[in-house]
Design a protein around this ligand. Structure first.
Ligand code: FAD
Length: 360
């Protein structure tokens, strides 16, 4: 194989986290390239369900440098507003992006990273992984799940209620996805909602903006070694967006605890009661998409990687951006990722400068 040119940085992914990181890299003299599996801009938003809207107004849903334009229709931005914003953001800053490239693995080659995707490969001094979670839907183990003859899909692949009209559908999961999918489906299907614990609903006036302000206050207090009185409710709790409020008014926002096992035609409860179902929709979350790092032996039992800030502890010149609070406070949100993207690039610039100085 012919030796490719050595880049300073490769970013794996081109969703909101990768683009925000690229925004800060663009202001340095480093060479960089983004590699993204998707054929078009938008990251995970390309796969969200049709009716999904952001938790916050556009002014509170922007990444670094260029604010999200106000949406055409009133209300919080829609999924397509976000995709359009990310597409225009890419164009505006002319980021070098290679698409339809799925990185299979990265490995060390002397003091460089060898990044491989099928029969393509690149060399880089540093790698930033920003691959999100969408491609790793999580379904908890349930006895007899393979027996059930009805349909099963994860919210990662749910698009709209059409295919479930007139059917008996169980929605499993007590987060925002569960509440929103249930709200929408319950207009056309016979629904049942199952959650591990009773769902935690936020007050009606708490949106993504308020949650971000609270998380920021908590983060600042931690930095300064202070304790603060915190209102109840966090990022995982259910935001009462209009469709969820409307479902509450219809009396369908009622969750029960899990069943004991699946049967061929539905589920069986601990007391022996059986219920027939046509479909189950798993709104049970995601895990970090880190398969391309598996061969490095750095993925812990919980599916995460040990990091200091965003820097991987057990490998040199490797950073992770945007996966959740464990890679930076609110870093899995549009408004929250700027802080970690900026600090990642600052750190990376220093690390590469130090390596250059060590070279003979
Ligand atoms: P992604 O957007 O997933 O981008 C990662 C990119 O990397 C993708 O294009 C992917 O295809 C690519 N990729 C993955 N693996 C590879 C590989 N091996 N090689 C090459 N490319 C790869 N966020 C908000 O800010 N506001 C909200 O209101 C909000 N509401 C939400 C509501 C719901 C119900 C859900 C489920 C999420 C919501 N989010 C919201 C969160 C948001 O959707 C995600 O956190 C965000 O898309 C993560 O961005 P990212 O760039 O880290 O990852």
């Amino acid at each position: 194989m012919t030796a490719p040119n050595v880049l300073d940085v490769i970013i794996i992914g081109a969703g909101q986290s990768a683009l925000t990181t690229a925004y800060f890299l663009r202001r340095t003299s480093l060479s960089y390239l983004l590699l993204d599996e998707q054929p078009s801009p938008g990251g995970a938003w390309l796969h969200a369900w049709e009716s999904l809207r952001l938790f916050s107004p556009a002014a509170w849903s922007s990444i670094a440098g260029w604010p999200m334009p106000a949406p055409v229709e009133p209300g919080n931005p829609t999924r397509s507003d976000v995709i359009d914003y990310l597409r225009r953001y890419e164009d505006r800053y002319r980021f070098p992006i290679q698409r339809s490239v799925r990185v299979d693995t990265i490995s060390r080659l002397d003091d460089l990273w060898l990044v491989q995707a099928g029969d393509q490969h690149w060399l880089a001094r540093a790698v930033i992984s920003a691959t999100g979670t969408w491609s790793k839907p999580f379904i908890p183990p349930y006895e007899g799940r393979e027996l059930f003859q009805g349909a099963q899909i994860h919210s990662a692949h749910y698009r709209d209620p059409g295919p479930f009209a007139g059917k008996r559908v169980m929605v499993v999961g007590g987060g925002n996805s569960g509440a929103q999918v249930l709200a929408e489906l319950s207009r056309v299907s016979e629904t049942r909602w199952v959650t591990q614990e009773p769902p935690a609903f936020l007050p009606d006036d708490v949106d993504g903006r308020v949650l971000f302000e609270r998380a920021t206050a908590r983060w600042k207090a931690q930095q300064e070694g202070r304790c603060i009185d915190e209102p109840a409710g966090g990022f995982g709790d259910i935001v009462m967006v209009p469709p969820v409020r409307e479902a509450r008014e219809r009396g369908v926002l009622v969750a029960g605890r899990p069943f004991a096992r699946f049967t061929e035609t539905g589920v069986e409860w601990a007391d022996g009661r059986r219920e027939d179902l046509d479909a189950v929709i798993w709104c049970t979350g995601f895990r970090p998409a880190l398969d391309h790092l598996r061969e490095l032996g750095i993925i812990e039992a919980d599916g995460k990687v040990q990091v200091e800030g965003t820097r991987v502890v057990k490998q040199p010149n490797l950073w992770l951006v945007g996966y959740g609070d464990w890679t930076g406070m609110a870093s899995a949100t549009l408004i929250g990722v700027t802080r970690t993207a900026r600090s990642t690039v600052d750190e990376l610039v220093q690390a590469l400068a130090a390596t250059s100085l060590q070279r003979p």
